[in-house]
Design a protein around this ligand. Structure first.
Ligand SMILES: Cc1cc2nc3c(=O)[nH]c(=O)nc-3n(C[C@H](O)[C@H](O)[C@H](O)COP(=O)(O)OP(=O)(O)OC[C@H]3O[C@@H](n4cnc5c(N)ncnc54)[C@H](O)[C@@H]3O)c2cc1C
Length: 294
């Protein structure tokens, strides 16, 4: 039986969708696949049950568990606009077993989805402040939902800057959206570790881009997601500009299984990252963040 058929067998009745069970995946259909880079694509998913679609809401920075029967489940951030929860975008990089199987799916295939889980970017708390988004690689995916939120409520934020980095120009996520974001009064600065002949932009690691900014530490909030080594340098640069630790928010990643704080796979010091995280302020995680490979 194919993965799709197994899903249909177990998840076709409305009663099943009605069960309020955080461990029970609902069925979603892949409406569109947009290839972003060589190993990364964005999947537009919609619940097959209109009642589930009607109920579903998420906050920017939260994630879903995507499930393929017989293969497994993975935590994937929601990278779409929280004001439009009926179509969910997930940008997925092929990393191993489950993400590799997802990469072989086609438009019209079904996938299990449960969520949303986890903490969110504190977009309300950040109102009336300057906002700096800093991403590395696939880290732009969980930030994009907060970027959409800021665009929807642009008047609530002062200066907004996006610093986005990738290994090479071909690895940049969502390049066709940067000019749209700029039209909403957002500064978008992009850098790559290695240029190619076509590249006319910045070359270098993303924390280096802080040198272009003069943030006011009394009114600046930083949201960052990317490899931990990158976030270490982002923290260093932000602290050097006297941005308080409590105003630096990170999205942290650990292998997750249950996503509801039972199994302990994602324990990070006193936190279960699936529940208290993935978004946490630096002042809360500092003792653990400074430990290599914690
Ligand atoms: C909250 C959260 C949000 C995420 N959002 C996204 C997203 O938007 N897009 C995306 O592409 N990926 C995202 N990830 C990462 C994604 O969950 C992993 O890449 C995925 O679990 C790998 O599963 P797999 O079965 O394909 O690989 P596996 O076969 O399980 O593993 C491949 C390799 O990756 C390692 N690995 C697996 N999971 C993780 C992990 N979470 N952290 C570090 N190493 C890991 C394994 O140890 C192994 O070395 C997110 C993870 C978390 C925790």
């Amino acid at each position: 039986m194919t993965a799709t058929a197994t899903l249909l067998k177990h998840h076709t009745t409305a009663e099943a969708y009605g069960i309020v069970d955080p461990m029970l995946p609902q069925t979603a259909v892949i409406q569109r696949i947009k290839h972003e880079t060589l190993d990364t694509a964005t999947y537009s998913l919609a619940f097959t049950d209109p009642a589930v679609a009607e109920r579903y809401r998420f906050l920017p920075g939260q994630f879903n568990m995507l499930y393929l029967p017989g293969i497994g489940e993975v935590a994937i951030s929601i990278s779409s606009d929280p004001a439009q929860p009926k179509v969910l975008l997930h940008t997925i990089r092929e990393a191993g077993n489950v993400t590799g199987a997802i990469a072989r799916l086609k438009k019209g295939d079904l996938i299990g989805l449960r969520g949303p889980y986890g903490s969110a970017w504190p977009v309300d708390k950040a109102e009336n402040n300057d906002l700096i988004f800093v991403s590395g690689g696939i880290g732009l995916a969980p930030l994009r939902s907060a970027i959409y939120h800021v665009i929807n409520h642009r008047e609530r934020y002062k200066q907004v800057t996006i610093l986005a980095g990738a290994r090479s120009p071909a690895d940049l996520l969502y390049p066709d959206e940067y000019d749209v974001w700029r039209k909403h009064g957002i500064d978008v600065d992009v850098t790559v570790d290695r240029a190619d002949d076509s590249w006319r932009g910045h070359v270098g690691v993303v924390p280096m881009m802080f040198y272009r900014l003069r943030p006011d530490p009394r009114q600046t909030v930083v949201f960052s997601c990317g490899p931990e080594i990158m976030m270490r340098f982002v923290i260093y640069e932000a602290l050097a500009r006297r941005i308080p630790k409590r105003c630096i928010y990170l999205s942290l990643e650990r292998n997750m299984k249950c996503a509801v704080g039972f199994c302990g796979h994602c324990q990070y010091g006193p936190f279960f990252l699936c529940k208290e995280g993935p978004v946490l302020s630096f002042n809360r995680v500092e003792p653990f963040f400074s430990v290599e490979e914690f």
